[in-house]
Design a protein around this ligand. Structure first.
Ligand code: BDR
Ligand code: CA
Length: 311
């Protein structure tokens, strides 16, 4: 199995992504690092522990990282994910195990000691930027780096042009694209917007597996309501699980290689710019995924996360 570290800000869709990773035999999740994003870091760590407890995987360590973006004031996404980050689901905190400090040193020590670790980032890139600042050489050995964030054709979800993770900490995103020694697999809104949890998919999950399907319904209700209020659509876009699915099966998405950078000020704050025509003559630093086999994503997700109950 591939060793994987998931850097995240759980978060409703981060939680669904963790559930997929934990249910996937291709992955050995060796740690979860938490960054401030959807919710403050302490709350994100509690939520990660809740997901680990449900999966009976409290043996996986959770490390807390950055509590604010590199330069800008922190803006959470509690309007989208609920004050608790899990759609106001009021789940009790885990008490048996506590999160550790030191996400950034955990990342760097692990990457120095093992040359086969995949890192999947599902939140703002603050922890990753700090890790690169502290020890760039550790990242020369990363097997693969996948980041959910940015967009190419798609409009933003925080401004007309910016996606939340990169908008929340644009300086970190810019630094990561400028310094990451390996090509960044960018799972942006072009592909994640196509991953819509519909009422019929949810009903199916609940029928097949009342426990897990019921839990998904519980944490996504708030998200459904948010999408209805904002856009008058029934269903919710879930972004982060696609980044995990892509690391499992790269044939799910395709796109193009290019030099990508992130805007750090002005009205386009947080926007990704990918230089497809090579105007800037910079070496390629990213694989920008723009097409997705959404139906195959759902087959993979549901086959793994929900399991048929004994009759
Ligand atoms: C990203 O922002 C967060 O709200 C989600 O968890 C996802 O990582 C989508 O823009
Ligand atoms: Ca996230």
């Amino acid at each position: 199995a591939k060793k994987v570290i998931i850097d995240c800000d759980p978060g409703i869709d981060d939680s669904l992504a963790l559930m997929l990773a934990l249910a996937s035999p291709e992955f050995d999740v060796i740690g979860i690092t938490i960054v401030c994003g959807n919710v403050p870091t302490g709350l994100g760590a509690e939520n990660a522990l809740k997901i680990l407890q449900r999966a009976q995987r409290l043996d996986i360590p959770v490390y807390m990282g950055a509590t604010q973006p590199l330069k800008r004031d922190y803006v959470s996404a509690q309007d989208t994910h609920g004050m608790d980050g899990l759609g106001e689901s009021a789940l009790a905190n885990v008490t048996e195990v506590r999160p550790h400090m030191g996400a950034v040193s955990f990342l760097n020590h692990t990457l120095q000691a093992n040359h086969d670790v995949t890192v999947i980032a599902l939140g703002p890139l603050t922890n990753i930027a700090l890790a690169l600042q502290q020890d760039l050489t550790a990242w020369q050995h990363v097997a693969e780096f996948v980041s959910m964030g940015g967009s190419f054709h798609s409009p933003g979800n925080c401004s007309p042009v910016a996606e939340y993770n990169y908008w929340c900490d644009p300086d970190a995103a810019q630094q990561v694209y400028a310094t990451m020694p390996v090509s960044i697999k960018m799972i942006g809104l072009d592909v994640t917007r196509k991953i819509v949890l519909t009422p019929s998919l949810l009903a199916y999950a609940q029928r097949v597996d009342p426990k897990v399907g019921g839990f998904i319904a519980q944490i996504t209700q708030f998200y459904f309501d948010f999408h209805w209020q904002q856009e008058k659509v029934i269903g919710c876009v879930i972004n982060d699980p696609l980044a995990v699915a892509y690391a499992i099966d790269p044939s799910l998405c395709c796109g193009f290689s290019s030099y990508t950078t992130v805007v750090t000020d002005g009205i386009a704050l947080g926007q990704t710019i990918s230089d497809t025509a090579n105007f800037w003559q910079r070496p390629t630093n990213s694989l920008v995924l723009t097409e997705v086999a959404a139906f195959r994503f759902w087959q993979l997700f549901l086959n793994r996360v929900i399991s048929a109950q004994e009759p």
